[in-house]
Ligand binder design. Structure first.
Ligand code: PTJ
Length: 249
């Protein structure tokens, strides 16, 4: 990784170091050029939510952890941005649940799929599933191709930084969807079962830790209570209010 020469005293230091991960992902062939634009959009929303994990995100993370633990066949879908930003934490989450990692790209190329798999394996992943051209999931984009052992048969899919079409298609196919999306007004956030409105770099480490904690301590009834407490529309409304408040004078 080639870190930018940003001094630690720079007020945007953390944000600029996160950018370095995306740039490194692009150089490695993991992240697409479009991923840079998507990241910029995420950065803007992160600025608006104050670049911290709010109570509305923690509520979603608690419910997401419980849902992942109660799911029968959960799968973690990985795109080029997620792989570049949080490879270690995705691997930890995959082990903790356990749930396989499956590469699923919008701007699909077999080379990028292979490079992402190799990158995740370098970061400790045991198995990384790739999409198969013989299995489609009702989306028109490249995201329609899925692995027959993974998303195809999953009852729950964790899809951070997703596009709305696939989220809606997965829901229409009867699957539960957990997303991480800094835009609380996106179709993805709205159509997901659970939306974690937070930066993936903060949310996935917390999610993975809570999965480990709940797995060690919680009963199935307590997990079900966590899910019961989650109110999707209330959480999204709180996130939207946070953004609006940024501009109130
Ligand atoms: O690797 P590929 O080909 O699968 O492409 C991945 C991207 C992310 C380029 C693709 O899925 C895409 O174009 O996504 P969108 O439609 O731009 O949506 C991405 C959503 O994620 C937007 O709502 C962004 O605000 C949000 N987002 C971007 N970066 C982050 C984020 N949310 C959380 N954390 C981030 N770091």
């Amino acid at each position: 990784m080639t870190p930018s020469d940003t001094p630690q005293s720079h007020p945007r230091y953390t944000s600029l170091r996160i950018r370095d991960r995306i740039v490194d992902g692009l150089r490695r062939g993991i992240t697409s050029e479009h991923g840079l634009l998507a990241h910029g959009r995420g950065e803007a929303f992160d600025y608006l939510v104050g670049e911290r994990t709010h109570a509305f995100a923690n509520a979603a993370i608690e419910a997401a952890a419980a849902k992942m633990l109660l799911a029968k066949t959960p799968v973690i879908s990985v795109n080029g941005n997620a792989a570049a930003l949080v490879p270690d934490d995705l691997v930890k989450l995959s082990r903790a649940v356990p749930a396989p990692l499956e590469v699923n790209l919008f701007h699909r190329s077999e080379k990028r799929e292979r490079l992402i798999r190799e990158f995740l394996v370098e970061h400790g992943a045991d198995t990384v599933l790739l999409p198969s051209k013989n299995y489609a999931n009702g989306v028109d984009s490249n995201r329609r191709f899925v692995n027959p052992m993974g998303i195809s048969v999953a009852d729950l899919v964790f899809v951070p930084l997703e596009d709305g079409d696939r989220c809606e298609a997965l829901r229409a196919a009867g699957k539960e969807v957990i997303t991480v999306d800094l835009n609380p007004a996106s179709r993805t956030a709205e159509s997901a079962t659970i939306a974690i409105v937070d930066n993936i770099v903060r949310a996935v480490p917390i999610l993975s830790r809570i999965v480990q904690d709940l797995k060690a301590t919680a009963t199935p009834e307590e997990l079900a209570d966590n899910i019961e407490r989650y109110e999707h529309t209330t959480v999204l409304a709180a996130a939207r209010r946070q953004i609006v408040d940024k501009f109130s004078v």
